[in-house]
Design a protein around this ligand. Structure first.
Ligand code: IVH
Length: 678
């Protein structure tokens, strides 16, 4: 056959496979039996093997095996399954140790014991045991709500179905990783691009008999809800897990000093290639559960744990082009489009160049051969240029001084905390109408931490945007689903699933709304602080009115975490009529629920400020305690303040004087602490 004919033949097979996939996944009615399906898939893979020029985005070699089903029941986790912050080097680990010690008010020489556990690259799951019986198993989902994959999990031999041990808690959520060993992955077919995808894909098949065919394994490492807890440390818990019949990792260790940590990390990294499962780093957890409890959680991850990644994988490729992407905050990010290469099992065709300074420093030009690094799920980056391979005619890259989307002259913002100009070039988007920014804002709006619209990801948003179906958040709630069902790649089922997901996302708490509308410098934490202040949508809407806004912003400046940068940003955002229209139109479509604060806490309705170092704990822990008990932390002394807590170490006398003038109750650390009834 000629190349053209081969290509035609190949495409016809791909099309056939797509038709089968669609029938199976969307319409739930397979057109062929499994064997025929596998045959056609293997034919495609064989063709690709024989003729290296054959490539298609819908090929099974490119896709993540079968797409997981979206038919599972959604169940809320009793305790959220959060993710971990990452550390890439010794400095990051030192910072982590320092932060923990600061929070716990510990001296630098005091020691903390950590449980160091290999981080298997699989899929996490939470298994609920009631009276020793495996009752329900959930996937991580978005961390808050998982999918009920109990039947699939029951097919895994490593998962005990019944535990008859007297020391097993009455209720226990065992958390751990579902994975496939490397050797087993080689034995199963070529459907999946790597073991992690294979584990995820097989675990989420709607027919658990499909899951059964795959040799999935389970290693336990954590817990969620627990009733009658009989362990005090993570290492003790790991020992018990083993006693109860779970697999735990034989490479789990206790480490204390930074030297221990580094040594253990190096040791396991050298072993990595001979270990029969994919590892992407180590996890360190504060061993003492009491300390874990005190440290608690930041927005998305615990303060008591971190993932220490292994060094990244590298490869060489050629830059075909440099494109400028405009992000939702107006940041212009240069992205290198490279000849696709395989870096540690993942095909990479884009790499970030960060910003203008980075391009200049590394002297990166279109046509250069560059070293690409990919570390875990972080966006691949260009490490350096192989200058020996440079063609003399290559021109320096000129960074645009205009926004490629709206043509505005770009700026570099002044950063109040570093007192320097930012390295990032931005579109100023003065009128809040730059198209690219609007589009990126929509993606943020629908994303996990914001409205969390299931199945409404970046690609779909791009697609709908290009078809002029959406421009502002409110448009999402006025989509024509009949029309969507006729679009290429869509059908009745997928359109109706999207409709359901959008409908579900309409109910949203005030903090999520504030975060979702994407005001600069208002991240998740600040959105919560603001929501706590406004409590409900009606009061939040006072920001829309100039006079009221002025007063509110004056007050907000006193809140902890809200500074000049945030106040300026709120003023700019709400003084713009485009934004007011966007937000007003949006709130007509959705149901914004009040922000729930703990109304029972001992500090409910009270405002508190600290000055001077405390002896029992750090300022950060004290603030977290006050907030847990329903109180608000202020950053300045004003009439609205209820208590000024004066710590022993270097309190600011000005603050105390002012508090006295204003007749504010002044407490020392002990009397404040006794209010907590601890
Ligand atoms: S602890 C809040 N321990 O890594 C604590 N996670 O980025 C979070 N993982 O979703 C989990 N091995 O899929 C923990 N020994 C281990 C782990 C582990 C692998 C995965 C897990 C989690 C992700 C965190």
């Amino acid at each position: 056959m000629q190349r053209k004919e081969i290509e035609k033949f190949y495409i016809s097979k791909i099309k056939k496979l797509r038709k089968y996939d669609k029938a199976y996944f969307e319409k739930d009615s397979p057109l062929v039996v499994d064997r025929d399906y596998d045959n056609i898939k293997n034919e495609i893979l064989d063709l690709e093997n024989k003729y290296k020029y054959l490539k298609h985005k819908d090929s099974p070699s490119e896709k993540v095996g079968y797409e997981p089903s979206n038919k599972f029941k959604k169940v809320e986790h009793d305790i959220p399954m959060l993710s971990l912050a990452n550390a890439f080097n010794k400095q990051n680990i030192e910072d982590f140790l320092k932060k923990i010690k600061n929070f716990l008010n510990m001296k630098n020489y005091e020691k903390i014991v950590f449980s160091a556990e290999p981080k298997i690259d699989g899929i996490s799951a939470s298994l609920k045991y009631i009276e020793g019986i495996f009752t329900i198993g959930l996937s991580r989902g978005d961390g808050k709500t998982g999918e009920d994959i109990t039947d699939n999990l029951k097919t895994i031999r490593d998962i005990p179905k019944r535990i008859n041990k007297s020391n097993f808690p009455k209720i226990l959520d065992v958390r751990g990783e579902v994975y496939i060993s490397r050797s087993d992955f080689k034995k199963i077919n070529k459907r999946f691009s790597n073991p992690r995808n294979a584990a995820g894909g097989s675990l989420r098949q709607k027919d658990f008999n499909e899951t059964k065919k795959i040799p999935l394994k389970f290693v336990a490492y954590g817990f969620g809800n627990v009733d009658s807890q009989n362990f005090k440390t993570q290492s003790e818990y790991l020992k018990l897990l083993k006693e109860w019949g779970f697999n735990t990792n034989s490479l789990n260790r206790l480490v204390t000093t930074i030297e221990d940590i580094e040594k253990n990390h190096k040791m396991i990294e050298t072993k990595r290639s001979s270990i029969d499962y994919d590892l992407d780093g180590l996890v360190y957890k504060v061993d003492d559960l009491k300390l874990q409890n005190r440290l608690g959680f930041a927005s998305n991850s615990p303060r008591w744990a971190i993932a220490h990644k292994f060094s990244a994988e590298k490869g060489f490729s050629v830059i075909k082009n440099i494109e400028i992407q405009v992000g939702r905050t107006g940041a212009l990010t240069p992205v290198a489009k490279i000849e696709p290469i395989n870096v540690g099992g993942v095909i990479v065709s884009n790499a970030t160049l960060h910003n203008q300074d980075e391009i200049n420093r590394k002297d990166i030009r279109v046509g250069d051969t560059v070293c690409i690094q990919r570390a875990g799920d972080v966006i691949p980056q260009v490490l350096y240029v192989d200058k020996a391979k440079r063609n003399k005619n290559l021109k320096k890259f000129n960074f645009p001084d205009k926004c490629p989307s709206c043509g505005s002259k770009t700026i570099k913002e002044f950063n109040y905390s570093t007192k320097k100009n930012d390295a990032v070039t931005r579109c100023p988007d003065i009128e809040f109408n730059c198209k690219e920014i609007l589009r990126e804002k929509l993606k943020h709006f629908a994303s996990k931490d914001a409205l969390n619209i299931d199945g409404f990801g970046k690609k779909i948003i791009d697609n709908f945007w290009n078809l002029n179906m959406i421009k502002f958040p409110a448009d999402i709630f006025n989509l024509n689903f009949k029309k969507i069902s006729h679009l290429e790649g869509w059908g009745d089922l997928s359109a109706s699933n999207l409709e359901k997901a959008i409908k579900k996302s309409k109910k949203i708490s005030l903090d999520k709304l504030i975060f979702a509308i994407g005001i600069r410098h208002i991240g998740q934490e600040n959105a919560k602080t603001l929501a706590k202040y406004f409590e409900n949508l009606k009061r939040f809407e006072n920001l829309f009115e100039k006079e009221k806004r002025k007063k509110i912003l004056n007050y907000l400046l006193e809140l902890d975490g809200i500074g000049k940068t945030q106040i300026n940003s709120l003023e700019t955002f709400f003084s713009n009529s485009n934004n007011l229209k966007t937000v007003s139109n949006l709130v007509k479509e959705i149901d914004v629920t009040d922000f729930k604060t703990s109304k029972s806490g001992v500090f409910y309705g009270k405002t508190i400020m600290f000055t001077g170092g405390l002896s029992k704990m750090s300022r950060a822990e004290a603030k977290a305690l006050v907030e847990k008990e329903g109180g608000k932390i202020l950053g300045t002394t004003s009439k609205k303040l209820d208590y000024l807590v004066v710590g022993e170490s270097k309190p600011t006398s000005k603050k105390i004087e002012r508090a006295k003038q204003l007749n504010i109750k002044i407490l020392d650390e002990n009397s404040w602490y006794s209010l907590l009834n601890r």
